[in-house]
Design a protein. Structure first.
Length: 458
């Protein structure tokens, strides 16, 4: 019997660490003792483990992941053979880990034999061990859900998406009914169903059968359990290009909520509009649609796409909530990337607007106008304001923001462009106070961003 430690670094993780949960099932079946924890735990570090598995998720959490690996290095005999690191971050940017810490990195899905050592089977077919997540304080969301996946990969190759790198081949993974039944038998009935497929509709003809299984497993339209609504969430969204009348009807036969489409770039607009129409026709009232920005787009395109959602909501009597998705490059470890069409201040401004709305853009015209402005010019003005004037709009509106506006409207287009560059430079400057002291050209308006040279707390 071996002593196995599974570690998820203590980054914010919404869903449970499915990779580690599968590894747990495999080891428990071998008769090994498995312990799961999040982050750095002194008692666990002081023990000696036969093997430690450390997960990784977003690339911008790799610095924290590396620190976690370093922390547990003394807890094994040989980190090269006894610490296994895998998951999404390790697959997208293994060099980052390799150059900083000793361990054995496994890239990609655990879908082949011998990946965890000679004679080990493929891990993907193992059921996630839901027991282990009960041993930590951290609450994964949504609680009480079946997390399943029917397909891997995607048939498309969108340049802003990591899926073609992570899972290069599209294909069928395993039967949904079997997955749900096995989870039910081992861990009891769950309230909701979350499907993590990247592009489930690409399965085409087999989709009808999947919908039938979803219905039969207790997730038909209007389904309830213990008098509470049950929901099905195709969490990564459904591809508007595959929505036909027939697909819309199939979707309307399950308790799908919310509908998630993506309005990622301008050229997809006609297809996107058609998909929303078809889905509204079969009775879907609520949409939460991803809106990509900071890729090859511009603030104009972003504002326009959000407005299309308002327009569709009014036209069809539905609610199309926008869910902005900021593009982050595949090897980003800092999350500070600004694409050519955008400016740092604008991205920051959007973050401040979204702070109050949990990342969502309301389809209600009045809310939208108040949050994002009635015109593109107003939108740019709002996201150019100092953070606290955006976040606490009402508090600062009368005096401070009005003063700021006087100064801002006096700036010529060239001034505004230079001002945006100055704001970004100050934001990243290690000597901000000294830079501000020396600065002359935008001194008055900068006072609003850095009163007396200080960075205000919101
Ligand atoms: C579900 C999901 C989410 C969930 C939360 C995920 C979570 N776990 O908390 C939600 C919806 C909240 C989300 C949000 C976002 N996401 Co997301 N998300 C995903 C998705 C679909 C699956 C991730 C997941 O949890 N998988 C479960 C893992 C554990 O299982 P698995 O992938 O099958 O893992 C296999 C292997 O990796 C391996 N493995 C896994 N763990 C381990 C551990 C060890 C030790 C070993 C050896 C192996 C191993 O074994 C597994 C079985 O084969 C991926 C896309 C994808 N197809 O992977 C994007 C993805 C990770 N997300 C991405 C992005 C960009 C985001 C957002 C920033 C979007 C945005 N712009 O707002 C936000 C950020 C949220 C935040 N916290 O800041 C990018 C990340 C790119 C990057 N540079 O890291 C991805 C890759 C999507 C993409 N299309 O590009 N996301
Ligand atoms: S369709 Fe979706 S999952 Fe597929 S490559 Fe494009 S963004 Fe990624």
């Amino acid at each position: 019997m071996s002593n196995i430690l599974l570690i998820e670094p203590d980054y914010r993780s919404k869903f449970p660490p499915l990779g580690l949960m599968r590894i747990s099932t495999y080891h428990k079946e071998q008769g090994d003792a498995v312990t799961f924890a999040r982050g750095k735990v002194l008692e666990l570090r002081n023990e000696n483990w036969h093997r430690i598995y450390i997960a990784s998720l977003f690339t911008w959490e790799l610095p924290r992941t590396v620190k976690t690996i370093q922390y547990y290095t003394p807890s094994v005999n040989n980190p090269f053979t006894d610490i296994f690191v895998g998951g999404i971050g390790a697959t997208l940017f293994p060099e980052y880990i390799r150059e900083r810490v000793q361990c054995h990195i496994i890239q990609g899905a655990l879908d082949r034999p011998n990946m965890l050592g000679s004679g080990t089977p493929a891990i993907v077919p193992y059921l996630p061990d839901y027991e282990i997540i009960k041993s930590v304080q951290w609450k994964y969301k949504p609680e009480d859900s079946y997390f399943c996946r029917v397909t891997k990969g995607c048939i498309r190759n969108c340049p802003f998406c990591a899926v073609p790198l992570l899972e290069p081949e599209f294909g069928y993974l395993s039967c949904l009914k079997g997955q749900i039944q096995e989870i039910r038998t081992r861990f009891g009935e769950q309230q909701h169903l979350v499907l993590l497929d990247n592009n489930i509709l690409a399965i085409k003809d087999q989709f009808k059968g999947i919908i039938k299984q979803i219905r039969e497993q207790g997730f038909e339209t209007g389904a309830t359990r213990n008098s509470k609504k049950r929901t099905v969430d195709f969490n990564q969204g459904i591809d508007a290009r595959f929505i036909t009348k027939k697909v819309a009807q199939l979707l309307s036969s399950i308790s799908l909520s919310p509908i998630r489409l993506a309005f990622d770039f301008d050229a997809i607009e006609p297809v996107y509009r058609k998909a929303v129409h078809l889905l509204a026709d079969v009775g879907f009232p609520e949409f939460t649609n991803y809106v990509l920005f900071n890729f090859k787009d511009t603030p104009q395109s972003f504002y326009y796409r959000l407005k299309v959602n308002i327009e569709l909501s009014q036209q069809l009597g539905i609610r199309v909530t926008g869910f902005p998705m900021r593009f982050i490059p595949m090897k980003d470890v800092k999350r500070q990337y600004v694409s050519d069409g955008w400016r740092w201040r604008y991205l920051r401004g959007i973050q401040c607007v979204l702070q109050a709305t949990h990342g969502m853009v309301s389809p209600h015209p009045d809310f939208f106008a108040a949050a994002f402005g009635e015109s593109y010019e107003q939108f740019i003005e709002i996201i150019s304001m100092p953070d606290r004037y955006i976040i606490h709009r009402n508090r600062f509106k009368e005096h401070e923001a009005a003063e700021w506006r006087k100064l801002y409207t006096k700036l010529s287009p060239t001034d505004k462009e230079d001002f945006l560059v100055t704001l970004e430079a100050l934001h990243t400057s290690p000597n901000r106070k000294a830079d501000l002291k020396r600065h002359k050209r935008f001194r008055d308006i900068l006072e609003h961003y850095y009163p007396h040279g200080e960075t205000p707390h919101d």
